[in-house]
Design a protein around this ligand. Structure first.
Ligand SMILES: O=C(O)CCC(=O)C(=O)O
Length: 213
């Protein structure tokens, strides 16, 4: 139904490919919608580390797209629920995959980051699609030593990509019957002290990712 041409393709191995695309204008966020979505971020959440509560600086939220009530967007802003559902259809029809979960991250400034990780909660061997809104941020990708470890394979040089406003990325597992992107590779959005000012988002970035859990 939809066909899109990648602007950049990076093959990590023959079954794990990262592709970057611009998104069609009907799914883009303009100034008003970016501002609305920014306001929807939940409070910072806490995680337990070494027995202590640590507040995570990055705002984030995950929910199942098929749930009857969404944790955000229902009351204040009428467009959000339809937009998420249309984006899900777009993702599924463009990439011939199934997704059921949205994970949104709000990066207020260069102190907001996400550390190296694989999306281990996904159904094994599935692909993940992410949308980028607002300020550009660098995302880095690299390799784990094996499926069962968090140890990094230092012989594989990390690859850096700039995620720009109204663009998207596909972390693709080509053959969904064997280890792929999330099994073999990590990704992160590192902290930074240099963010170019976006005309209306300033230094704020929002990412909206879709996955199958
Ligand atoms: O902000 C991003 O694009 C990265 C999000 C991320 O790491 C994830 O969804 O696992």
């Amino acid at each position: 139904m939809y066909s899109l041409e990648a602007e950049e393709i990076s093959e990590f191995d023959e079954n794990s490919i990262l592709s970057l695309f611009s998104i069609p204008p009907n799914f883009s966020l303009n100034k008003e919608r970016f501002t609305d979505l920014w306001k929807m971020h939940p409070p910072r959440h806490k995680i337990q580390m070494y027995g202590k509560d640590i507040e995570v600086y990055r705002y984030s939220l995950s929910f199942n797209i098929d749930d009857e009530a969404y944790p955000i967007g229902e009351d204040e802003e009428g467009w959000f629920v339809d937009w998420i559902q249309d984006l899900r259809t777009f993702v599924e029809k463009t990439f011939f995959i199934k997704v059921n979960t949205v994970y949104i991250n709000w990066y207020e400034d260069g102190k907001a980051s996400i550390a190296k990780h694989r999306d281990a909660e996904c159904v094994p061997y599935t692909s993940v699609v992410g949308f980028n809104f607002g300020a550009s941020r660098v995302m880095r990708f690299g390799k784990f030593e094996s499926l069962l470890t968090k140890r990094i394979d230092k012989s594989f040089p990390a690859r850096k990509f700039t995620m720009k406003n109204n663009s998207m990325y596909l972390m693709e597992t080509v053959d969904e019957s064997m280890n792929g992107f999330q099994e073999g590779y990590w990704h992160e959005v590192p902290k930074t002290s240099t963010i170019s000012l976006h005309p209306y988002a300033g230094i704020k970035r929002i990412s909206v990712t879709f996955r199958l859990i």
